[in-house]
Design a protein around this ligand. Sequence first.
Ligand SMILES: [Zn+2]
Ligand SMILES: [Zn+2]
Length: 122
Amino acid sequence: MQLPKYKKKKRIKLKVCQEPGCGREFWGHPIAKYCDLHRDIKQRQKPKKEIENIEAKNIIFRHNYTEVMDLSFKCCLDHCDFDFTVKVFPKQFVYPRFCMEHRNDFKRANFIRIMNKKNRDD
Ligand SMILES: [Zn+2]
Ligand SMILES: [Zn+2]
């Protein structure tokens, strides 16, 4: 993992995701309704099966930060070099595994397919 860069924190509160079956706690703006995953409208109203996969899309990031940080993470998808910014909170260790683009199952599958094809053609 890269050495994190960080910016100044913004005003945030501990909230509970409103998506049925989720109930995850997350840190967000006072008006935020959904956790990081369900903030993407395409992630809502999906079959329960998908919701069980949340773990597969997150990493455990152990840290000792005592204040909120914006850190730069690298997408865990092979061949994707995107950096994405993650808000890191004290005592919270679960964070997205993929860049914004690849948090979408369809786009991730599509990217993998393109990369596999590319590797075959080389
Ligand atoms: Zn949620
Ligand atoms: Zn990515």
